[in-house]
Design a protein around this ligand. Structure first.
Ligand SMILES: Nc1nc2c(ncn2[C@@H]2O[C@H](COP(=O)(O)OP(=O)(O)OP(=O)(O)O)[C@@H](O)[C@H]2O)c(=O)[nH]1
Ligand SMILES: [Mg+2]
Length: 313
């Protein structure tokens, strides 16, 4: 039996191996994905993002438990080297995944950002395809909302929860980081702390105009992950967003757009590889550089000539 057959039979060990192939882009990973894609598409993909330490892992943990209690199967991807889901030894006080069941109804995978040479968003998208094909009902993706790559990852989700905390300035920071644009739902976590009311009021204010122009009303939900408080409301908000977008057609449009982007990404990386090969083959590249340097040629003419050198494979 092949490792793929084992995955389709529901073996977690096979899933883990296949994810490693995909993550490392091992030989044949594209063929694997070709087999996985047709089986994917059923899982709901929910992103959780926000500033470092906002309680993303804690909330993902709470939401996962709630889904498990409802009999759902849950895959979790944590894109963050400091995530407690990696079991990082430094983070003594942080949430451990050890209180999630080990009966196969939940699977947690962390993806390292440090040391990765780009392509993280693509790799994360591909890993969700594997989890989806495996049969998880929900895939929860945690990523810290700091850079463009992290935001790209969120692009693979159907619904995005942006997590903020009462500490001052977060709402403004969020605006700057582009978090406002990607949010479907706001969770104000650590609502047990002073200042929660203020940030909620500030956000409600900012959302007023947006809400007037849309059927979706961007709920702002105070949560306390450490006390397991308001998790029902958060999950209800997530499900309401899925329902609303399904009705309006946005859900399908968004997924189709994701497929379109994926095709372009694959083509782009193939073209890049081809271009790289071709430039490596050009033995007199240094001479071309010298010609441009000394004013005998220019980068546009040179590139045009290089482009004509060999037919595309
Ligand atoms: N007071 C309070 N603390 C919380 C709450 N939720 C989480 N925390 C604490 O906040 C800290 C960070 O929580 P995490 O869940 O690790 O936050 P994170 O956003 O995943 O952190 P990074 O992945 O490192 O960015 C931990 O010490 C949690 O116990 C809450 O509702 N109230
Ligand atoms: Mg975390």
């Amino acid at each position: 039996m092949t490792v793929l057959d084992k995955l389709f039979k529901g073996e977690l060990a096979a899933l883990a191996r296949i994810i490693s192939y995909i993550e490392n882009r091992d030989e044949g990973y594209r063929r694997l994905l070709s087999r996985l894609y047709p089986r994917s598409g059923k899982a709901l993909k929910i992103g959780f993002t926000g500033p470092p330490g906002a309680g993303k892992s804690s909330l993902v943990n709470c939401v996962a438990k709630k889904l498990l209690a409802d009999g759902k199967q849950v895959g979790i991807i944590a894109v963050d080297p400091t995530s407690p889901f990696t079991g990082g030894a430094l983070l003594g006080d942080r949430v451990r995944m050890s209180d999630l069941p080990t009966d196969g109804s939940v699977y947690v995978r962390s993806m390292a950002t440090r040391g990765s040479r780009g392509g993280l968003a693509a790799a994360t998208g591909n890993v969700t395809v594997a989890l989806d094909a495996f049969g998880f009902d929900y895939i929860l993706i945690e990523t810290v909302g700091v850079g463009q790559v992290e935001l790209d990852i969120i692009d693979t989700c159907d619904t995005v929860v942006v997590i903020l905390v009462p500490e001052s300035g977060d709402a403004i920071q969020a605006l700057k980081a582009g978090l406002m644009e990607i949010a479907d739902i706001f969770a104000i976590n650590k609502a047990d702390r002073p200042g929660a009311k203020n940030i909620i009021a500030a956000l409600q204010n900012m959302l007023e105009i947006k809400r007037e122009q849309s059927e979706w009303k961007w709920p702002v939900i105070p949560t306390e992950a450490i006390n397991n408080k308001n998790i029902d409301e958060l999950l209800a908000g997530i499900l309401a967003h899925v329902e609303c977008t399904r009705k309006s057609g946005r859900f399908e449009r968004h997924r189709r757009e994701q497929i379109r982007k994926k095709i372009f990404n694959i083509l782009e990386s193939q073209l890049n590889a081809l271009l790289h090969d071709r430039l490596v083959d050009v033995s007199d590249l240094e001479k071309i550089v010298s010609d441009i340097y000394s004013g005998k040629s220019d980068p546009y003419t040179a590139s045009e000539e290089l482009f004509k050198l060999a037919p595309m494979k």
